[in-house]
Write a protein that binds this ligand. Structure first.
Ligand SMILES: *[C@@H]1O[C@H](CO)[C@@H](O)[C@H](O)[C@H]1NC(C)=O
Ligand SMILES: *[C@@H]1O[C@H](CO)[C@@H](O)[C@H](O)[C@H]1NC(C)=O
Ligand SMILES: *[C@@H]1O[C@H](CO)[C@@H](O)[C@H](O)[C@H]1NC(C)=O
Ligand SMILES: *[C@@H]1O[C@H](CO)[C@@H](O)[C@H](O)[C@H]1NC(C)=O
Ligand SMILES: *[C@@H]1O[C@H](CO)[C@@H](O)[C@H](O)[C@H]1NC(C)=O
Ligand SMILES: *[C@@H]1O[C@H](CO)[C@@H](O)[C@H](O)[C@H]1NC(C)=O
Ligand SMILES: *[C@@H]1O[C@H](CO)[C@@H](O)[C@H](O)[C@H]1NC(C)=O
Ligand SMILES: *[C@@H]1O[C@H](CO)[C@@H](O)[C@H](O)[C@H]1NC(C)=O
Length: 512
């Protein structure tokens, strides 16, 4: 009963809106307006890219910048519209920015902030919390307008452990999320949805969250993944069978609509291409055998981590909601049509001046910190360091400081840097240190060896070089060694002092 009132309220708001502005055709309709008209209203609505109610003009998300730790709220350009990305760009210009809050647009106050430690994993921050996402890791366009998604590397996550109005126990709920179908891994667990309020796994049925990735140790679908699955706690489910359900097919869409809904001894998994076409139902039926009926849902909200803060997975989130009630197929089909109409598309991952050479030419990179302006990025064996190199240095020293620019191994919009003296070996990060290692052609190596140049953080450099896979981290020299460092992160090489200078490089034609 407690949920009928908000649903009535949302319908009244919608009706009021229509009364003021005339017809629905004149109005923007958001996914949550569609869920409300199906009598399964949103009780949580999260997106950094757009408003999810046609009338919503409030804050979408908050960014915190590295230069002074100040924050700004990003709002839509208009009611129901796309986020004002240029507000983020100007606030973050010349510094680094993290997404510190993803606001709930539903009026229930279910905002998402940094995820706390849990039964499975603690986060790497000093207080055991997980990392925040870079604000710049997942640029996209919606209907041609730029916006930023939430790029979630391992050890990064958001959560709300004091939820308001979300489903508990065996209550009915629905949810969807729009994700990047090319950003995933096989670890546990890139989730969005219902989790535990104390971050501890009490056993089967305590969660009901969308999972996306290629983890195949409990449930899996057909092919090699990634799959949309359900994290019901103590396992991922692709259908009734607790292991393999072939109807849950591997995804190859860049933008994925993923859908999960559950109620008393029933649940369903659906998905599709967020840019075209209809949803496919991967499963619709009774709960898996075991202790899944009744469910013991707790109602917390997780994003990017499992219910016990299992935090080794990765993925990208653009928008998502949770509802009360079990949405009809028709309601979800209309939500999919709304997502398609939002016209998600990719855009460039690089900003600022291009590298001053083209793909396949060689470059050298000079430090810009006052201590070290004669030093270049070089390597000694597999260790990347900075070393003084001049036109009269030995050929070996020149070659060690020269890098061939290659198309990014994991993303062709970014770059990889092949060692001139050790062809086949690339600069990659490993435990946050820059290394030169042989390319083993694995997905993980390519991701660790892909970097996205952006405008320099100081005025002397040409470029600052962002890690594709950990976009809050940038190439930095610290005590003479190369790292991927975050501005104010937990490690000594993340120190804020001299961060912009240490992470800015003058890019020149290669010595060799
Ligand atoms: C911002 O806050 C972090 C964490 O409290 C701190 O390490 C850092 O020094 C602060 N940065 C600035 C510029 O004050
Ligand atoms: C978007 O943000 C910019 C920069 O803060 C601001 O000047 C502009 O007015 C905003 N646009 C809208 C439509 O609010
Ligand atoms: C919970 O949600 C209701 C319905 O939107 C809202 O009126 C109330 O203020 C919310 N409570 C909190 C603590 O945000
Ligand atoms: C799970 O994935 C691994 C690595 O890709 C693969 O070797 C294994 O065969 C897969 N297991 C199943 C059951 O598909
Ligand atoms: C796709 O969904 C729309 C409604 O959103 C429906 O009109 C159309 O028939 C569906 N197409 C197919 C192939 O199922
Ligand atoms: C939704 O569609 C699935 C697959 O066609 C079907 O099994 C299920 O009964 C439908 N649900 C409802 C409520 O109609
Ligand atoms: C790179 O920066 C250096 C030093 O500021 C400058 O002389 C050079 O013109 C820049 N190159 C490009 C291509 O912007
Ligand atoms: C760069 O070199 C690779 C390997 O030799 C080649 O396949 C590719 O076409 C070259 N790209 C450009 C832009 O020249």
């Amino acid at each position: 009963m407690m949920f009928s009132r908000p649903s009535f309220t949302s319908l009244r708001v919608l009706a009021l809106c229509l009364a003021v502005t005339g017809s629905l055709a004149d109005d923007i309709t958001g996914p949550c307006d569609i869920y409300a008209s199906g009598d399964t209203p949103c009780v949580a609505a999260h997106s950094t890219t757009r408003a999810l109610f046609g009338a919503y003009t409030g804050s979408l998300y908050e960014v915190t910048r590295g230069s002074d730790n100040s924050t700004v709220d990003i709002t839509p350009l208009s009611a129901g519209g796309v986020a004002n990305a240029s507000a983020q760009d100007s606030f973050c210009s010349g510094t680094t920015c993290l997404i510190s809050t993803i606001y709930d647009q539903s009026g229930y106050g279910n905002h998402l902030t940094r995820a706390p430690p849990g039964g499975a994993d603690s986060g790497p921050e000093a207080d055991g919390y997980d990392y925040l996402s870079s604000a710049e890791g997942a640029p996209v366009t919606l209907n041609g307008q730029k916006a930023y998604g939430v790029f979630i590397p391992p050890f990064t996550g958001y959560r709300n452990d004091k939820p308001n109005g979300t489903a508990t126990d065996d209550d009915e709920e629905g949810m969807y999320a729009v994700l990047d179908g090319t950003h995933y891994n096989d670890m546990c667990c890139f989730d969005y949805g219902n989790g535990e309020t104390d971050n501890i796994d009490p056993g089967a049925g305590a969660m009901e969250a969308i999972y996306f990735g290629s983890h195949n140790l409990s449930g899996w679908g057909s092919g090699l993944g990634p799959w949309v699955m359900a994290d019901l706690e103590d396992g991922l489910f692709s259908g009734y069978d607790p292991t393999n359900s072939p109807d849950d097919v591997s995804i190859d869409f860049r933008f994925v609509t993923s859908i999960l809904k559950g109620g008393a001894n029933k649940w369903s998994l659906r998905g599709g291409d967020s840019t075209t076409g209809n949803l496919t139902t991967y499963y619709s039926g009774i709960r898996p055998s075991g202790d899944y009926s009744p469910m013991i849902k707790e109602g917390a909200i997780v994003l990017g981590v499992g219910g016990d803060n299992s935090n080794k997975a990765q993925g990208t989130f653009y928008e998502g909601v949770m509802t009360t009630g079990y949405p009809s197929n028709e309601t979800e089909d209309a939500v999919q049509a709304n997502i398609v109409a939002a016209k998600y598309a990719t855009t460039s991952l690089t900003t600022g001046p291009d590298l001053p050479v083209s793909t396949n030419s060689t470059i050298s990179l000079r430090a810009t910190t006052a201590c070290c302006t004669t030093k270049y990025i070089s390597h000694d064996g597999d260790t990347v360091h900075t070393a003084v190199v001049t036109s009269s240095s030995s050929d070996a020293d020149k070659q060690a400081a020269s890098w061939t620019v290659r198309t990014g191994l994991a993303n062709s919009d970014c770059f990889s840097f092949e060692s001139v003296d050790t062809p086949g070996s690339f600069i990659r990060h490993s435990s946050y240190q820059l290394k030169v290692n042989a390319n083993d052609d694995s997905k993980g190596f390519g991701e660790d060896a892909t970097f996205c140049p952006q405008a320099s953080l100081n005025s002397e450099g040409n470029n600052t070089i962002r890690s594709w896979s950990y976009p809050a981290r940038y190439w930095r020299q610290y005590n003479g060694l190369g790292y991927i460092a975050s501005n104010g992160g937990p490690f000594n090489f993340d120190a804020t002092n001299l961060f912009n200078d240490d992470a800015s490089w003058v890019v020149t034609a290669g010595f060799a």
